[in-house]
Design a protein around this ligand. Structure first.
Ligand code: ATP
Ligand code: MG
Length: 610
């Protein structure tokens, strides 16, 4: 089971987007803020300086004549002049927060408008003042030691006829200016903060439109991994993610089709393998079983759970020189099994094949059950051997008698007569044998045409009895139980006669003179049953199941002596089967034998035809 993984918040795309945007905004605001504040600062500073300059120049122009020594003389006293200067400066000067000192050419402060007069008369020998006294305008920025405020200092020379007659000294606090810039800075920072919060919120919202389809696609991919191809991804947009969704849907469809085809192929293969009449075992190259079909399991008679993972040689021996890793294309051999009483013969063909694209070699072993074929083969060989054997014995006898006759036995009429009778008997025997064989082969090949007619079992038994009594009028020891109730059957009387002939002759052959032989018939369900029972020597148990085989005789010597070939019962069985019936034999050694065979009761159609 594959479950969709929950991604921790700090690993999620949403989180990353939020962080990226905040950083971007911060960087942008930083760059912008620095540039903006700088330019605002320089702008304010410049205009402040400009105003100071203008004021200084204005004062300088107006004060120039007051500072002339002649003027003191005109006014009368220095005091009055200083009063005038104060008056002028106070009227002209319009800058708040700026302290002004008017200094004469000796560096002595002569006027400080708006301030206490303590400083008047003192010397101001600041660097800026000294510089201005030498004729150059001078300015600087410094931090006031007592208040810690930034101050702007400006000293402008007052000239008359190109002679420095005094200095205007101005000192202004810059704190207000920096306060304004600080406020602008604060506004900027607040703006940035609000911007960041808004961006974060918007990113979270916007990223949802990005991550929702991705989540959907991931969910579908997870379902696909679990083998569920029935659902499709909902495509939200036409962008890359939307396209990815479409592609995933196509992929899902293709996979579904491919899997269906695969499954179909697998089903086909499985049904072929299970329905095969041959066993198939596939192994890897070291002989470990990968797959075995039902038939192979049956043939090797092993529980199916034991197969997988086992080695081939755990189930049957491999040929001595067999190697798993070789270049042979095929190895064939035969296996003989014994299972209880039964013997099995399997033909095994092993071929090498390549597994998949890796090209690793594996082995396919095909097991073919040839037990039946082997049996038929053996029967055919036995049959030929039996026929040859059966014919050789009478032929050898014939030859020796004929040789004896040729060697002079012919001279003695009595011996010659006896010998000729023997040769005649042997010839008869051979003819009988050949006729039996011919009839068997005709029945086998279906050439024997039957002349069927409807008659009752009663009629038929009477017919057999009459014939028997004519053929063998002396030995009348058979008890005939002709049924009182007649049942109609469709039979070829001549053929069926052969069956009864054989059964009777067997009973007569193997039953002592004083023991009972009985022939009877009765209706039995859908069939009519014919029974030949004797109290003769019987048949040993182990011979019973083979008694219907061709040439099978219990005691070969004795049977041959009695003129038997061992074909009688097999011919009887073929004839009964050709009538749609079945023949059975019951016997107990020394107790007697009962043979019964069935013939189906004639159908109504048959009766009408008759
Ligand atoms: P054929 O019938 O061709 O003359 P056969 O009688 O020897 O030769 P089957 O009739 O096929 O051959 O019988 C096969 C064998 O079964 C016999 O050889 C005999 O050993 C045994 N057999 C058959 N019927 C009886 C019986 N009623 N009692 C004892 N043994 C029997
Ligand atoms: Mg017989």
């Amino acid at each position: 089971m594959i479950t969709m993984k929950r991604i921790p918040l700090f690993h999620s795309i949403r989180w990353k987007l939020v962080v990226i945007y905040i950083l971007l905004i911060l960087a942008a605001m930083q760059v912008m803020g620095v540039y903006f504040i700088r330019s605002i600062e320089s702008h304010y500073m410049n205009s402040f300086n400009e105003q100071l300059d203008i004021q200084a120049n204005l004062l300088a122009v107006n004060l120039e004549r007051y500072l002339d020594d002649d003027r003191i003389r005109e006014e009368g006293s220095e005091e009055t002049r200083n009063e005038d200067i104060n008056h002028l400066v106070e009227n002209l000067f319009a800058l708040n927060g700026v302290d002004v000192q008017i200094i004469n050419r000796n560096g002595v402060i002569i006027s400080t408008p708006g301030k206490d007069k303590q400083l008047i008369g003192q010397k101001n020998l600041q660097t800026e003042v000294i510089q201005a006294l030498s004729g150059a305008r001078s300015e600087s920025t410094r931090i006031d030691a007592s208040t810690g405020q930034r101050m702007k200092v400006l000293a402008t020379p007052i000239k008359r006829n190109n002679q420095v007659v005094g200095v205007i000294y101005m000192i202004a606090s810059l704190e207000r200016l920096y306060q304004t810039i600080g406020e602008i800075n604060k506004i900027l920072a607040t703006g940035t903060g609000i911007g960041i919060v808004l961006t974060a919120a918007m990113t979270i919202f916007l990223s949802r439109t990005l991550t929702t389809p991705i989540k959907e696609i991931t969910r579908q991919a997870t379902r696909m991994a679990e083998g569920d191809f029935n659902q499709a991804v909902k495509v939200y947009s036409n962008d890359e993610v939307g396209y990815l969704g479409q592609v995933i849907n196509q992929l899902s469809n293709r996979l579904k089709e491919a899997l269906a085809i695969n499954r179909e192929e697998e089903d086909k293969l499985t049904s072929i393998l299970t329905n095969m009449s041959d066993g198939v075992i596939a192994t890897s190259r070291d002989g470990t079983i990968i797959l075995a079909n039902q038939r192979a399991i049956e043939l090797l008679n092993i529980p199916s759970i034991e197969v997988a993972g086992k080695k081939l040689e755990d189930f049957f021996p491999l040929p001595d020189n067999f190697q798993f890793d070789n270049d042979q294309s095929e190895v064939a051999f035969r296996l003989f099994f014994q299972q209880g009483q039964e013997n099995y013969v399997l033909d095994v063909v092993m071929s090498w094949f390549r597994i998949g694209e890796s090209g690793e070699r594996g082995i396919i072993a095909v097991l073919h059950d040839v037990t039946e074929q082997e049996k038929l083969d053996r029967e055919r060989k036995d049959f030929v051997a039996n026929v040859s054997h059966e014919l050789r014995t009478p032929l050898t006898t014939l030859r020796s008698y004929l040789e004896a006759l040729a060697d002079g036995a012919m001279e003695d009429p009595e011996v010659a007569g006896r010998f000729l009778r023997v040769t005649q008997q042997e010839t008869e025997r051979m003819i009988r044998l050949v006729n039996d064989l011919l009839q068997l082969s005709r029945i086998d090949s279906g050439e024997e045409m039957m002349q069927k007619q409807v008659m009752s079992n009663q009629q038929f038994l009477k017919l057999v009895k009459e014939r028997y009594e004519i053929l063998d009028p002396v030995q009348q020891r058979v008890v005939w139980k002709i049924p009182e109730q007649a049942t109609l059957i469709t039979i070829d009387p001549d053929m069926l006669m052969r069956v009864l002939d054989n059964l009777l002759s067997n009973s007569i052959k193997y039953t002592p003179e004083d023991k009972l032989i009985e022939v009877s018939s009765q209706a039995c369900g859908k069939n009519v049953e014919f029974i030949v029972r004797d109290e003769g020597i019987g048949i040993p148990r182990e011979d019973l199941k083979r008694i219907f085989e061709r040439f099978y005789r219990v005691d070969k010597a004795r049977s041959r002596q009695l003129g038997g070939t061992g074909l009688g019962l097999s011919i009887a069985r073929e004839i009964v089967r050709a009538h749609g019936g079945e023949i059975m034999i019951q016997s107990k050694e020394a107790d007697g034998t009962t043979v019964r065979f069935t013939i189906p009761i004639a159908s109504e159609e048959d009766e009408l035809d008759a």
